[in-house]
Ligand binder design. Structure first.
Ligand code: ME8
Length: 510
């Protein structure tokens, strides 16, 4: 039986249209999901939309639509965006679905049964934009002299009856959990942040609201709806079949990686494991968080009019080009700036020149001089062996990078081999060997095909469409595109299709 692997994205709020930040998290998760499938795992990849709470209710009102009709519309837009960006999710969850309402009610009851929920009164600050409660000490003063959340979101003073979760009682067990699971929070800079937050002392958390009703009802507590984050986080177990722990899908729990942006680490790394432990359910294995995209150095915002629509960007530059750029341009955990010149440069230098030309040069020599037939391996020189060794070392290196979600390093490892292959072809000059030593030319071309096969196999998760074309041209049969299949050499004499450029250069429209 294949080992299971469960990957999630955040479920996105349906308070506005999807943008490149949402697409980024989903594409990163998709790359890992595709990689794990290629590496022989039974993958369950979940994404979807977060549809309750005050923020969504207000957005529906502003749009002049019935709240459910509004969430249907925006959820579909997120789903269309995910499809358009090649996100290969296995399940699309919406928190307004009945399966999720049942799951939340069941989780609530489990936490209640463990004695961690009590009725009280919440009085304090709340930021609707973050859907988060803040301590007075966490607030800052903005340029206009107004108190705001650490994120800059406006805060309001809330006073209402509320159920509380005894988060304070979980402080020591959380710290112990982090210590026993050093890989739980990535990257390590974020881990220190979480540790100091928890060590600083945890307050009980308000987990129900009574001043609006767009939420999941608290069982047996008329007037209370669940705090939207308790509702939202539960999606990860809903999709795994909870509360039916006999469901086939339950084999995927605990999730292997929850991908999140740095803005929502506290909810995932503090509240979520505490809720789960209280309910007697195993916490997820890893919270992998990433940094922020800004556009030309500026934070994306509706008022600046610089919000980047991912589908439009893919239309301009190509979907695979954008997927590649997003994962190559910045370290996963760091912030990065999106700008067209940077996209064009990666597209032209790394994709069109380094990779595209390598394939085109090698394959057109095979087409012209060997009748398009894959030559056999031959006696290897030191130079051949060095390149093949570098290529054959790649799968393990990339696998290790994927375990850490250091995507840009995986790509850099792969590009080192691509650059080495380009130097090799220049040094070996197979075009000159054609006359002087045709047998050696054939061996050199086979070394290049074997190298490109490894490279292309590993690049599939990043650029599925373009690389599928490249693998077609390299004569790799559909079933031989997994990591395990790399152990079996391509059949000598395979007839290769006529080579065609896979990575066009970007040409400015006139
Ligand atoms: O927080 N750069 O939903 P959300 C990179 N519903 N990533 C970005 C980004 C940017 N500029 N802007 C957004 C929520 N993101 C909750 C989640 S999960 C149980 C509930 C990405 O619609 C990033 O992943 O506000 C961030 O964490 C997420 O979108 C926030 O999406």
């Amino acid at each position: 039986m294949k080992p299971t692997y469960y990957i999630t994205t955040p479920i996105y709020y349906v308070n506005g249209a999807p943008h490149i930040g949402h697409a980024y998290t989903s594409i990163a998760a998709d790359v890992l999901a595709r990689f794990k499938r290629l590496d022989g795992y039974d993958v369950f990849f979940l994404t979807g939309t977060d549809e309750h709470g005050q923020k969504v209710e207000a957005a529906a009102r502003a749009a002049g639509l019935d709240t459910q009709a509004y969430t249907d519309k925006i959820s579909q837009d997120f789903r269309d965006m995910s499809d358009a960006m090649g996100v290969s999710y296995d399940d699309w969850i919406r928190t307004t679905e009945q399966r999720h309402k049942d799951s939340c009610a069941a989780l609530w009851k489990k936490i209640e049964a463990s004695g961690d929920i009590y009725l009280g009164h919440y009085e304090g600050w709340y930021a609707v934009r973050d859907e988060a409660f803040y301590d007075e000490s966490e607030l800052k003063t903005n340029d206009a002299g107004v108190k705001v959340a650490p994120s800059g979101a406006p805060v309001e003073w809330v006073r209402e009856p509320s159920y509380f979760f005894k988060l304070s009682a979980w402080q020591d067990r959380l710290l112990q959990f982090y210590e026993e699971h050093p890989e739980f929070i990535a990257p390590s800079s974020r881990k220190s942040e979480v540790l100091s937050f928890v060590k600083g002392g945890l307050h009980d958390l308000s987990v129900s609201r009574t001043t609006f009703n767009w939420g999941i009802p608290v069982p047996d507590a008329p007037g209370h709806v669940m705090y939207v984050w308790l509702d939202a986080l539960t999606n990860y177990i809903t999709a795994a079949g909870f509360p039916n722990e006999n469901a086939d899908k339950w084999k995927f729990w605990p999730a292997d990686v929850h991908f999140v942006g740095k803005d929502i680490i506290r909810f995932h790394a503090v509240y979520w494991p505490a809720f789960l432990m209280s309910a007697g359910i195993a916490p997820p294995t890893r919270i992998s968080s990433h940094g922020w995209w800004v556009v030309d150095g500026e934070k994306m915002s509706k008022s600046l009019g610089n919000v980047v629509e991912p589908r439009a960007l893919a239309k301009t530059f190509g979907l695979d080009q954008i997927r590649y750029f997003l994962l190559r341009e910045k370290p996963f955990g760091a912030d990065g700036s999106l700008n067209h010149q940077a996209i064009i440069s990666r597209m032209n230098v790394e994709l069109a020149n380094d990779l595209g030309n390598l394939a085109q040069r090698s394959l057109s020599l095979i087409a012209k001089n060997l009748g398009g037939v894959l030559p056999a391996r031959g006696p290897a020189t030191e130079d051949d062996i060095a390149l093949l060794d570098a290529a054959n070392a790649l799968p393990d290196m990339v696998r290790a990078r994927m375990e850490q979600q250091t995507f840009h390093e995986a790509l850099e490892d792969i590009w080192k081999v691509i650059r080495a292959a380009n130097s090799y072809i220049d040094r070996q000059a197979p075009w000159a060997l054609r006359k002087t030593d045709p047998e050696r030319m054939a061996v050199v071309l086979r070394v290049l095909v074997d190298t490109m096969r490894v490279v292309a196999t590993l690049l599939q998760p990043f650029m599925p469409e373009s690389i599928a074309k490249m693998l077609d041209q390299l004569g790799v049969p559909g079933e031989a595109r997994t990591l395990a299949a790399l152990a079996v050499p391509l059949a000598d004499g395979t007839v290769l299709p006529a080579p065609q450029g896979v990575f066009p250069r970007y040409v400015e429209p006139v």
